[in-house]
Design a protein around this ligand. Structure first.
Ligand SMILES: Nc1ncnc2c1ncn2[C@@H]1O[C@H](COP(=O)(O)OP(=O)(O)OP(=O)(O)O)[C@@H](O)[C@H]1O
Ligand SMILES: [Mg+2]
Length: 257
């Protein structure tokens, strides 16, 4: 049985249709990567999953329970089982690393100061930043900030980790480091990892399975080897880097002259 199931999901914003008929199963403990061009709905998929956006039709299930359409109150215990590393994974500049990592613990968990310190220490260790509790966001590199944001997500001990563009904007060394970390944590912590990325190299390197979104549907899902072997021209264009720019980008480029 799948841990997470999108079934017949439809989603539009006004006249902009993002999902026509989204069907996707995500299995326990796999690393699944969602690929697709800019504006195809990758972030929207994650936001629907963690309840930040509603579906227009269809259902999302988690661990056998229908979670789409739940009230905020019904959803709260579900959300606690997932943690998301946001695309713009911002840290609070006014808080040091320890307090950034402790943020969700203080908000949502009933823990003593000692337990919080211990959980923060352990989480920073997982992301390869032991002993950095007293540093400040402005003194950290982009790659380190991402890792602190990841430690903040891990501190909640989630069963599902959602990563929105975890490697975007990082230099190649840090891209590799984050990619390795996603895989390592997936194994070590027995979590399910859903990774959204444009970056084909990362997708091919870390995934048990890859799903490609195009025009409101999942047009491919399979292993990295199956993706490499796909003869679907839309898949080939994407992996060879010839994907046509989406409408939003086209409009932007046109208006920029
Ligand atoms: N809250 C919202 N209100 C209106 N339109 C939205 C909203 N969120 C997303 N959209 C639109 O839905 C479409 C899909 O957006 P989404 O952010 O999921 O794309 P994406 O695949 O994550 O793209 P990128 O790779 O650039 O991050 C885009 O056209 C976007 O403009
Ligand atoms: Mg996005």
């Amino acid at each position: 049985m799948a841990l997470i199931e999108f079934h017949g999901v439809q989603k539009a914003f006004g006249s902009k249709v993002v999902y026509r008929d989204l069907n996707l199963d995500i299995h326990e403990r796999e690393v699944i990567t969602i690929i697709g061009g800019s504006g195809q709905g990758k972030s929207v998929m994650l936001k629907m999953l963690i309840g930040l956006l509603d579906v227009d039709a269809g259902t999302i299930s988690f661990d056998g329970q229908k979670i789409s359409g739940m009230t905020e109150q019904e959803y709260a215990p579900v959300r606690r089982r997932m943690a998301m590393l946001f695309q713009a994974g911002a840290l609070f500049d006014s808080l040091n690393t320890k307090e950034n990592v402790a943020y969700g613990l203080r908000e949502q968990m009933d823990m003593t100061e000692r337990e919080i310190s211990e959980r923060v220490r352990e989480s920073l260790e997982y992301v390869g930043l032991p002993g950095t509790e007293e540093t400040w966001p402005n003194d950290l590199s982009g790659g380190m900030k991402k890792r602190v944001a990841l430690a903040r997500a891990l501190a909640m001990r989630p069963e599902v980790l959602l990563y929105d563009e975890p490697t975007t904007g990082l230099d190649p060394v840090n891209v590799t480091r984050i990619a390795d970390l996603i895989q390592h944590l997936n194994d070590k912590l027995d979590v399910t990892s859903v990774v959204v990325t444009h970056d084909m190299d990362t997708a091919l390197a870390i995934s048990d399975r890859i799903a490609m979104i195009h025009d409101g549907y999942v047009i491919f899902s399979g292993t990295p080897d199956e993706l490499r072997a796909s003869e679907d021209p839309r898949v080939r264009d994407f992996i060879e880097g010839n994907a046509p720019v989406d409408e939003d980008t086209e409009t932007l480029l046109r208006s920029a002259g």
